[in-house]
Design a protein around this ligand. Structure first.
Ligand code: C5P
Length: 232
């Protein structure tokens, strides 16, 4: 396969829920910044020709230095006030000749290389939009503002959605052009759904979990320690 995919990596969040005191993207995991783990795994995918990372404006130079030696062309741009704005800034800097665009949260820094190719392959096969999903394991309830349960939601049709999410470039460009800038959707497929475009699913990966809370760092470190130790 020719390398036909650009991956946009929004990494401009402050990551306050993590409580690490540094931007989440620069938080160290097994001695390597979280963002570098993420981009290194993306860069290893056979589909990927380029990566565009959006980071806080005051981190652009530092992140360029951090990612400059990876095996794929990495562009670093300043992100925006919202995730949507950060993805928009990265999209504007993406090489226009690449027909497949993936969007991947830096915070899903252990997402396997294979998942990147699975999503890109599904887009290449003709899908407009593709998201990796896992079943929802917990029972889910709806509550009123007082916290009183009003309903137990049938979880059978529910899926937890991950990244990388993949799109025909024209579809993601149209979704951003039509988007309300005051809106801040939690994922990119949500913007595409609003255009009435079908979004397909592929099987996600447990390793593509999002590092959000302090406990997620513990899990990530444990997974990395297991990998470094090699097979049992
Ligand atoms: O806050 P949350 O974990 O949902 O953020 C998801 C991703 O979006 C993170 O990788 C974060 O760095 C990124 N983000 C961004 N620009 C913002 C806010 C979040 O790139 N203004």
């Amino acid at each position: 396969v020719d390398r036909d995919t650009v991956v946009l990596v929004p990494a401009a969040g402050r990551g306050e829920r993590l409580g690490a005191g540094v931007p989440k993207a620069l938080c160290l995991l097994a001695g390597e910044p979280l963002l570098r783990h993420a981009v290194r795994r993306i860069a290893a995918a056979r589909s990927v020709a380029a990566v565009v990372v959006a980071v806080p404006a005051d981190q652009v130079d530092a992140v360029r230095a951090l990612l400059g030696d990876l095996a794929v062309a990495v562009t670093v741009v300043a992100g925006g006030a919202t995730r949507q704005a950060s993805v928009g800034a990265a999209l504007a800097a993406a090489p226009p000749a690449l027909p497949i665009v993936l969007v991947h949260d830096a915070a899903r820094c252990l997402a396997p290389t294979d998942l990147v190719d699975t999503v890109a392959d599904a887009v290449r096969s003709g899908q407009d939009a593709v998201v990796p999903v896992l079943p929802v394991l917990d029972t889910v309830k709806a509550v009123d503002p007082d916290g009183v349960v009003v309903a137990t939601v049938d979880r059978a049709p529910l899926r937890a959605v991950q990244t990388p999410q993949g799109f025909q470039r024209s579809v993601l460009v149209a979704a951003h052009a039509a988007a309300d800038p005051t809106d801040d959707p939690t994922d990119d497929a949500g913007m595409v759904e609003r255009l009435g475009t079908a979004v397909r699913t592929v099987s996600g990966s447990e390793e593509a979990f999002k590092v959000t809370r302090p406990i997620d760092l513990v899990l990530a470190e444990a997974l990395l320690a297991r990998t470094l130790a090699g097979p049992p």
